[in-house]
Design a protein around this ligand. Sequence first.
Ligand code: GLU
Length: 302
Amino acid sequence: MPRPTGRFAPSPTGPLHAGSLVAALASWLDARAMNGRWLVRIEDVDTPRCVAGADTVILAQLVACGLHPDEPVVWQSQRGAAYQGALQQLLQRGRAFPCACSRRDVESAWQARGQVRTRHGERVYPGTCRRGLQGKPARAQRLRCTADDGSDVVMAWTDRRLGPQTQNVTQAIGDFVLQRADGLWAYQLAVVVDDAAQGITHVVRGEDIADNTARQIHLQRQLGLPTPQYLHTPLVLAADGQKLSKQNGASAFDATDPLATLRAAGAVLGIVAQGTTVADWLASAVQAWAAEFAPAVSPPTA
Ligand code: GLU
């Protein structure tokens, strides 16, 4: 049985705000409640979106809240060889394929079929390059999202908070990108490779990314990797009712009063804990978490 291991995997696009701290705290509490390891991984693959120095700020914010990683922090920008290896394996087995399509090509392919299939404003890939590049240069690398017999990939999984989930990955997502046209690694590939490489058994992260899970499980299976358990935490809403995010100007949380900050994050998770120091509050919060989210692996009894 692998040691229970959780992680917090922020993208360094700015300091942590009240919403991202909820995911950080929840993943830490979950790991501690299982007597497991808690790791931090800086997801800096999407370099144009990264802000210089944000990683240092994030790590300092975590420490200010008493959330110390158990092992050295990993930066995804250092992990290109692992992603390349995984892509190579998928290409060799015909599970991934190079794609020559620009955004406009994808658009016209759907128009030619008289259909419009979009998801969050993005068009689902119509499968154009599945059977070859037709002499065009490869731009991106995509994962084939159909079952071996050609049927749809219908993925069912159970979220520890949200309950049973299901998604038809073929219809809803299609053959998704593993390496972008600009050569950057896609989040989906990096997260799956790293969760496995770091032995992550329990993923705890914000509900806004819950709908990436089905395709990540599909990718894990294509790579022969284990599937962790998933728990997606509630989002913190901004005054306008939108999800609090760096995009709508969420500010860094107040690190001068970490206890108040932790209490607020705990309240979002339904955690009421006691304590007048950060350490005492966290210890009490671990008990409250264990009672609410009964960890899937029991802590050792000794
Ligand atoms: N890097 C992602 C983010 O900051 C989180 C990815 C994950 O936890 O799987 O939104």
